[in-house]
Design a protein around this ligand. Structure first.
Ligand SMILES: [Zn+2]
Length: 534
């Protein structure tokens, strides 16, 4: 049980003292502009909550409530659902998930990019015992399963090994996964052929799950990767999703027109393919994964160390790193790569490769940047931010009706390192920049991309739409002032403009203050089988 916020306790005590019997509602939000998540135009309405459920939505609701909130004409919407989150990194340290709550997010989906907890069941149980501030769901990661069976080997699985991997997918689905995520860009997912992924996707699909993919390539071969992601859905017979869809590097810029056409054509022939995206022109991942060739990472840290110790191998790796700085993630310039987190030297955090080189009195050439990147990888690695995406592609992908909003973020330790601002800003940024300033999306369409669209994708029948009978995950925000404040230079800044957030009927953000309540639930997927009590 989580404790109700003080204000609710006070209201309840006052109601009791006044001799008022049971109120009609626990919570009544009056005078809001209800954006219901379906894309329908906003309407002025009151919203009533009883327990964890929305019980009434109407132009005017009579009746008593333990607490009445005057929304003052602000927007009342379903809580946002983030289908691509790396929140398991921080949820145990920051169970409130404040950086997400302040953007209006009430449900986080973990296990993306082929990487999840495995086995999934014990992780979800641990999370349930913790009691997070927001709801939590998870996919099962193909890379995690592959690593459990094949290690980091670059080969296809034998028949028995593939059967074992399928069994692990089945087990995770029974434990509550919502589907299979792949990270075909990352080792060891990158060592999998498409047929292996399809064989596993079929199992997830048979059990009602979806597939989302951090694709094999988001740069020069991005269109081939889009086709592969579509093929996994088509031949695996399950919904498939291009996650954090983007075009990395100048050579790929503009190709979103073609990728969206591929999605459209696939949908027309009956493939259930969708997209998610974060609204920034920079990506973030491990420096080694972004810049080194996959073959150099085969086997893990020790083989990589040996390869780098061999001058000929090192030279081959360096050539690839330089090429990726020039043509892919590096955006052609060492100034475009900034260190986000670096365990062995925190003074590097927030600095670009160019800046670090200049600090050593070296010119920021591609050659020097490549050598520096290898040195950082050798000394323990770092995560980095890569400015190599064009705004034109961001906008084109954003306005597609098949695109939902997802952060690809995490729960950062507040103030530590220089993480990508997406963790603090994604949802607020879409509403501020792309709805209010650029007017590329209507408010209703943007909210749909944050609520009913991801809910439908996950098969969540009781969240993502604001109507009676649905779970009371709600957000009250001011569409005139909501904004992201996190920047690449100063990422640790919460979003503004969200005043009230309710999760399962309990207030977690009240007048822009965190209440400390932790009413979040672990959501289990379509094939979940509750284990019998011992
Ligand atoms: Zn990813």
């Amino acid at each position: 049980m989580t404790r109700p916020p003080l204000a609710v306790l006070v209201a309840a005590a006052l109601a009791f003292a006044a001799g008022v019997g049971a109120a009609d509602y626990d919570l009544l939000i009056r005078n809001g502009r209800v954006v219901d998540g379906t894309g329908a135009p906003w309407r002025r309405a009151d919203v009533a909550v009883h327990g964890d459920t929305i019980v009434a939505v109407a132009q005017h609701l009579d009746g008593t409530a333990r607490r009445v909130v005057d929304a003052g004409g602000r927007v009342v919407a379903p809580g946002f659902i983030d289908l691509h989150s790396h929140a398991r990194r921080g949820i145990f340290e920051v169970p409130s998930a404040e950086n997400y709550v302040r953007q209006g997010v009430t449900t986080l989906v973990e296990g993306p990019d082929g990487s999840s907890a495995l086995p999934l069941g014990p992780f979800l149980d641990k999370l349930e015992a913790l009691g997070p501030g927001v709801n939590f769901a998870s996919l099962v990661g193909h890379g995690s399963i592959r690593e459990a069976v094949l290690g980091r080997a670059n080969r296809a699985p034998a028949a028995a090994e593939l059967a074992r991997m399928q069994e692990l997918v089945r087990q995770a689905m029974r434990e509550g996964a919502f589907g299979l995520s792949t990270g075909l860009f990352y080792v060891p997912g990158s060592f999998a052929r498409t047929d292996e992924v399809i064989a596993l996707a079929r199992v997830a699909g048979e059990l009602g799950g979806i597939h989302t993919s951090h694709m094999r390539d988001e740069a020069g071969l991005v269109l081939e990767s889009v086709k592969e992601t579509i093929a996994i859905g088509e031949e695996g017979h399950l919904p498939t999703q291009l996650t954090h869809h983007k075009m990395i590097g100048r050579a790929a810029w503009g190709r979103s027109a073609e990728s969206l056409r591929l999605v459209q054509e696939a949908r027309e022939r009956g493939v259930d393919v969708t997209i998610d995206q974060y609204p920034y022109t920079a990506s973030s991942t491990a420096l080694a994964a972004a810049l080194l060739p996959a073959w150099a990472l085969e086997g893990g840290a020790e083989p990589l160390r040996r390869r780098l110790a061999d001058p000929a191998e090192r030279a081959r790796i360096l050539e690839v790193v330089k090429d990726k700085i020039r043509n892919e993630r590096g955006g052609g310039d060492p100034r475009n790569i900034a260190i986000a987190a670096c365990g062995f030297d925190r003074t590097l955090e927030g600095r670009t490769l160019a800046d670090i080189l200049q600090g050593r009195g070296l010119p920021p050439t591609l050659e020097n940047a490549g050598v520096l990147a290898l040195e950082i990888v050798e000394r323990g690695g770092a995560s980095a931010i890569f400015h190599a995406i064009s705004e034109e592609d961001v906008e084109r992908i954003l306005v597609s009706p098949y695109t939902m909003i997802a952060s690809d973020g995490e729960i950062p330790a507040f103030g530590q390192g220089a993480p990508h601002p997406r963790s603090y800003g994604t949802f607020a940024r879409v509403l501020a920049v792309y709805v209010r300033e650029k007017k590329l999306l209507t408010l209703e369409e943007a909210v749909r991309k944050m609520t009913s669209l991801p809910a439908a994708r996950l098969g969540l029948g009781d969240r993502g739409v604001l109507r009676p009978g649905m779970k009371a995950d709600l957000v009250v925000l001011d569409p005139g002032t909501i904004r992201d404040r996190a920047t690449f230079e100063k990422p640790h800044q919460y979003a503004e403009g969200v005043s009230l957030v309710i999760v399962n009927g309990e207030v977690v953000l009240d007048a822009e203050r965190m209440t400390g309540a932790r009413p979040g639930r672990v959501l289990r997927g379509p094939a979940f089988v509750r284990p019998k009590a011992p």
